[in-house]
Ligand binder design. Structure first.
Ligand code: 26V
Length: 828
């Protein structure tokens, strides 16, 4: 199969149609007459998968021949979402598939909705891994993603009486047509047991780990195809199984439950995604998950390397392993164990290979999210790894002393073992020491890494920390989610903008000055808004005015992301509209969505507050037509795909210094929403490229936040007294205006804000209010609003994950890449 879709479109449609029918009959076991939506989805997915498999084979043969260096992306999370449209688009057969189905009496837009989201991630970190997989395939970077094939992804959020409830997510119930099970690709994973020393006549004594229990990892491969059939890479996810399905002796002795106890224990490792983000885990199962997938992946890649080269000494030249946060950081000790204990490589050579191969990305500075494991747990679960960690630590401290570094505080802070709060292993320090590159995900975040968590390690290894500002794949976050705007851009800029957005999207800048173009741009937005209005009507029976400002904050619910600040503004605006109906208010719809970690009480209370405020305001006739508030349940990738292209205003309002990058900020701006935000994470780069006068930047900077915190100014009574609007909003919530059924519901929440405002919600309120009024003012000047919106899209090219991946490829992995090429026009 060539890289381009067939030159004869009609023949391609007929061929696709036939393949769908064959799949329906022989793989699904249905005829068109009795096929349901899911049957059609499966048949189309399998037909598309055939084409991907053809390219997959070609890709892997090319790679094998060229002996190219491989990238391994180790991540506990891959938030892939749906894959049907993604794959059809990248194959270049979207219209062909649509037409083939139409001829069969089936609407592609109906069956795409049937596919469950692969929600194998919590939020930004997992979605970034998914965007990276797509960009790596597009740029012909030879890459494998490694993770866990969770049977249950992130929980399904149900809102009952305003409260979040968590329900089990079941994405595999109807099977998964994209994956290939590989029962033969299986490794043994050990836990517990003991370590003994074996003397050897040929060399130094060897350490032999005899695990107390062992499980099997089974591989499931999902091909990931690049834009217009560039490379096809593999996402390999591991499932955990028992060594034996049934202990027959126990079964025969009548112990029917005991006979499958091992199976249950083994399978629990890949049963469910950890649903917390940035809240302390401290669970044994989490450590088991981390080690399980790291060990399976490293055994797999070492085997591949040995099959190819017969030797491990050239590992760093042929493999680059990227650790997505500290979750896979046990890889440092596991790679050392495999090299030293299993492959009998001398310690210092093994260390050079390990550091030469590994690199690590940090995604958060929040202290509660920095992983550390109790030494006692590590000793029990991974006794050999604990020894290796002690050795790495000892050799490191020795090498520092040899360089005449004796500063006790420094030695303590760079140690792998934290001695203060019960002895714990610091996984961030382990990942740092074991890696040749440590990167942050935006300029500000990287700078803060250098001066906070890794201050001392950075002083010792000033070359290691570098910045790679995140990006997003435009294929999904523009072409697929916003066909209207995509059509307009193609009509105005030609086809090639899709290939090289960084240089071509700028071509929109002069068009921002043309009234006709602005009108068309606004019309695209209007179509997307109408689609969202319909969805809200269907799901919540709330009717929205599509002419109002759609003011959107969608992301995990977390205090540092400050949904509370947005809610306080909502209440203050509500009060102002009621008190001052004569003002020419810009009508607004406030849209919220996001999940709270199940154990995060405060975040769940914020969801309840959003729902309480929504109910009160939506039923108040005095603000009808002016203000509506919506909390959309079960935020996920698919919901984001409908919400983001319909937003006018994107809320990126974290306390400065706390959001490492953010990526939804990029998705919104690319689709032409304006941003109201703090100078935090990648908002900083956005404000530099878009121009801060084309955004609504407000609030304290990271430095100001830090000084205020240092000065201990977190008591807010005087701040609130000084701000009439804030005081009014706080008082209303405190007094139970939104919770008449339980007037005390928010008393603690509000008292906490006044007494110790860790995230400086109150301190930033007035600045936020003022920025929101600038939003209103601009909305009243449509020419300027839409001019700004066009400029946002025009200037977002740099935020393509193709750019991010090209930087990883050149600076960290040292692998070649090819940027996507314009489509070859058929001859003649
Ligand atoms: C931590 C934990 C700890 C407990 C168990 C479960 C769990 C799951 C995830 C995390 C790490 C959260 C880190 C994270 O998602 N960071 C986000 O990364 C994005 C991509 O770089 C970035 O855009 C966001 O700003 C950052 O918050």
């Amino acid at each position: 199969m060539s890289r381009e879709a067939s030159a004869d479109p009609d023949a391609a449609v007929q061929a696709f149609k036939e393949n769908i029918l064959l799949k329906l009959k022989y793989a699904v076991g249905k005829s068109p007459g009795n096929a349901f939506g899911h049957d059609w989805f499966e048949a189309v997915a399998l037909a598309a998968r055939d084409q991907i498999a053809d390219r997959w084979e070609e890709s892997s043969e090319t790679v094998d021949r060229s002996q190219a260096k491989r990238v391994y992306y180790l991540s506990l999370e891959f938030l892939m979402g749906r894959l049907l449209i993604d794959n059809l688009c990248n194959l270049g057969v979207l219209d062909i598939a649509r037409q083939a189905l139409r001829e069969l009496g089936v609407d592609l837009d109906d069956i795409r909705q049937v596919e469950p989201d692969a929600a194998l991630g919590n939020g930004g970190l997992g979605r970034l891994a998914a965007c990276f997989m797509e960009s790596m395939a597009t740029l012909d970077v030879v890459a494998h993603g490694y993770g866990i094939r969770y049977e249950h992804g992130l929980f399904r959020q149900v809102i009952a009486d305003g409260w979040q409830q968590e329900h089990t997510e079941t994405w595999l119930d109807f099977g998964n047509p994209w994956e290939f099970e590989r029962p033969e690709v299986s490794y043994r994973i050990g836990f517990g047991g003991s370590v003994s020393t074996q003397e050897s006549s040929e060399g130094p004594p060897r350490q032999v780990w005899t695990p107390g229990e062992t499980f099997r990892s089974i591989a499931y491969d999902t091909p990931v195809i690049g834009w217009r059939r560039a490379s096809v890479n593999t996402l390999r996810l591991w499932r955990s199984r028992a060594e034996e399905d049934l202990q027959l002796d126990r079964f025969n002795a009548g112990d029917h439950f005991g006979a499958v106890a091992d199976v249950v224990k083994a399978e629990s490792i890949s049963r469910v995604l950890y649903p917390a983000d940035s809240t302390e885990a401290g669970q044994e199962l989490r450590l088991r998950q981390e080690y399980f997938f790291v060990s399976a992946s490293l055994q797999d890649l070492l085997k591949r390397h040995l099959d190819e080269y017969g030797d491990l000494l050239n590992l760093p030249e042929k493999a680059a392993i990227q650790l997505n946060d500290t979750h896979p950081s046990i890889a440092v000790a596991e790679l050392m164990r495999l090299l030293v204990d299993v492959h009998q490589i001398e310690w210092f050579i093994a260390w050079r290979l390990t550091v030469g191969t590994l690199s690590y990305t940090n995604h958060t500075l929040l202290p509660e999210a920095l992983e550390s494991w109790p030494v006692s747990l590590m000793e029990r679960l991974l006794p050999r790894h604990m020894q290796i960690i002690y050795l790495i630590n000892a050799f490191h401290i020795d090498s520092l002393r040899a360089q005449d570094i004796h500063d006790f505080a420094l030695l303590r802070s760079v140690s792998l073992i934290e001695e203060d709060h019960g002895r714990r292993v610091r996984m961030g320090n382990l990942a740092f020491l074991g890696s040749n590159s440590i990167n942050g995900v935006s300029a500000l975040h990287t700078e803060l890494m250098r001066h906070t968590v890794f201050r001392d390690l950075h002083r010792l290894y000033p070359e290691r920390i570098n910045s790679k500002t995140n990006g997003i794949t435009f294929r999904r976050w523009l072409y697929q989610v916003n066909p209207a705007l995509t059509g307009l851009l193609t009509q105005s800029l030609g086809e090639d903008w899709q290939v090289a957005p960084e240089t071509t999207l700028q071509g929109l800048e002069p068009l921002a000055e043309q009234a006709g173009f602005r009108k068309q741009f606004a019309e695209c937005r209007q179509r997307n808004k109408v689609a969202l209005v319909r969805l809200v009507q269907e799901r919540l029976s709330i009717s929205l005015d599509s002419q109002a400002i759609f003011d959107v904050q969608v992301k995990r619910i977390h205090e540092y992301k400050r949904q509370l600040l947005n809610l306080l503004h909502t209440v203050a605006l509500y009060q102002a509209m009621r008190n001052d109906p004569a003002t020419n208010w810009a009508p607004r719809v406030k849209i919220f969505a996001g999940k709270a970690a199940a154990s995060y009480h405060q975040a769940k209370l914020i969801i309840k507050l959003a729902n309480d405020i929504s109910r009160t305001i939506n039923s108040d006739p005095t603000v009808r037509g002016l203000l509506k508030v919506v909390f959309l349940p079960n935020y996920n990738v698919s919901l984001a795909e409908t919400i983001i292209p319909a937003a006018d205003l994107s809320e990126q309002i974290s306390t400065a210094g706390l959001e490492a990058s953010g990526t939804s900020n990029m998705k919104f701006a690319l689709n032409g929403a304006l941003t109201i935000g703090t100078l935090d994470g990648a908002n900083v780069e956005m404000s530099q490229l878009i121009g801060s006068d084309n955004m609504f930047i407000f609030g304290m900077t990271a430095d100001e936040v830090e000084s205020r915190r240092r000065a201990g100014e977190l008591e807010m009574t005087s701040v609130v007294e000084g701000s009439e609007r804030l005081a009014g909003a706080i008082e209303a919530i405190r007094a139970g205006v939104f919770s008449p059924d339980d007037p005390q519901r928010y008393a603690n929440l509000i008292d906490g804000l006044l007494g110790y405002d860790r995230y400086m919600v109150c301190a930033d309120f007035d600045a936020y209010w003022k920025a929101q009024r600038r939003v209103d003012a601009l909305w009243h000047k449509p020419t300027q609003w839409w001019r700004t919106a066009v400029l946002n899209t025009a200037r977002m090219g740099w935020f393509s994950s193709d750019r991010t991946i090209s930087e990883y490829a050149s600076d960290i992995w040292h692998v070649p890449f090819t940027l996507p090429r314009p489509a070859q026009k058929p001859a003649g």
